[in-house]
Every structure is written in structure tokens, then in C-alpha cells.
Design a protein around this ligand. Structure first.
Ligand SMILES: CC(=O)c1nc(NC(=O)[C@H]2CNCCN2)sc1-c1cc(O)cc(O)c1
Length: 130
């Protein structure tokens, strides 16, 4: 009902704000758009569930996320995929892995610092009620 829509609207505002801040961070430039298959043809052979910051924003607008936990699971795909696709000692691999680790830590720090646990609990209750 109305109160549920109020909670989900506030969730979308929070998630958009987090995603937009990540997209503005120069360290995460490589994660802002889907990997271009023309540039990186073997990517889809290695990575089963591609994810990027622009797709997170689209998912938010399409009301895919009812809890912060669901959003974090998709956000985690971004850095997990980067670690998987870049396992080697190649300087480029190390460079991307460093940024992937920074993305992982930044998402967790923002959620820890800015997400009210009572708010996430209400979102979980909305999810259970559906
Ligand atoms: C996001 C990601 O995982 C990614 N990984 C790369 N790895 C490499 O290029 C390594 C792979 N091992 C051999 C030496 N090259 S390039 C790249 C990427 C960077 C962008 O700025 C945009 C984009 O769409 C993809």
C-alpha cells in the first residue's frame, strides 16, 4: 500500500545517489558501462553475468531492487567479474584488480556509513510481504 511505495521510493533515491557517486569516481571509469564486446570479444565466454554502473541505474529505475541487499548483490558482480577476468600478473590485470577492490570497499563503506539498519529491515519486511 502507500507506506510500502514510500519505502521503495526512498530506497530508489538512496540507491541512485550511491550509484551516481560511484559513476563520478574516476577510479571506476572502466565499470561505468557494459564491457564492449567489439573491444573485448572473449569477455562473454568468461563472464556469465556482466554488470556495470549504468545497468545498476537502469535496474533501480525499473524497480528491480526491493532491498539494499539485492542491489549490493548486483553491485558485487561488477568487481567480482573484474577479478575473474583479470587474474594475471599483467600490469593491466593488476591495475583493474586494484580498482575492483577499491569498488568493493567503497560500496561496503557507503552502505555501512549511510544505510540505517532499521530502514533495511523495513525493506526486508516489504519483500517478505510480496
Ligand atoms: C572492465 C574490465 O574488466 C576490463 N578488464 C580488462 N582487462 C584487460 O584489458 C587485460 C586482460 N588480461 C590481458 C591484458 N588485458 S580491460 C577492461 C575494460 C576497461 C575499460 O575501460 C572498459 C571496458 O569495457 C573494459
Amino acid at each position: 500500500e502507500e507506506q510500502e511505495e514510500d519505502v521503495l521510493r526512498e530506497l530508489r533515491l538512496f540507491l541512485r545517489n550511491v550509484t551516481e557517486r560511484l559513476s563520478l569516481d574516476r577510479r571506476f571509469k572502466a565499470f561505468t558501462k557494459p564491457v564492449d564486446i567489439e573491444e573485448v570479444p572473449d569477455y562473454m565466454l568468461v563472464i556469465r553475468k556482466p554488470m556495470d554502473l549504468s545497468t545498476l541505474l537502469t535496474n533501480i529505475d525499473e524497480q528491480k531492487y526491493v532491498t539494499v541487499g539485492e542491489f549490493v548483490s548486483d553491485a558485487d558482480l561488477i568487481w567480482q567479474n573484474a577479478l575473474e577476468y583479470n587474474p594475471d600478473s599483467d600490469p593491466m590485470d593488476r591495475h583493474i584488480r586494484h580498482r575492483a577492490c577499491a569498488l568493493k570497499d567503497t560500496v561496503r563503506a557507503i552502505i555501512r556509513d549511510e544505510l540505517d539498519e532499521d530502514f533495511e529491515r523495513v525493506c526486508e519486511e516489504v519483500k517478505e510481504s510480496r
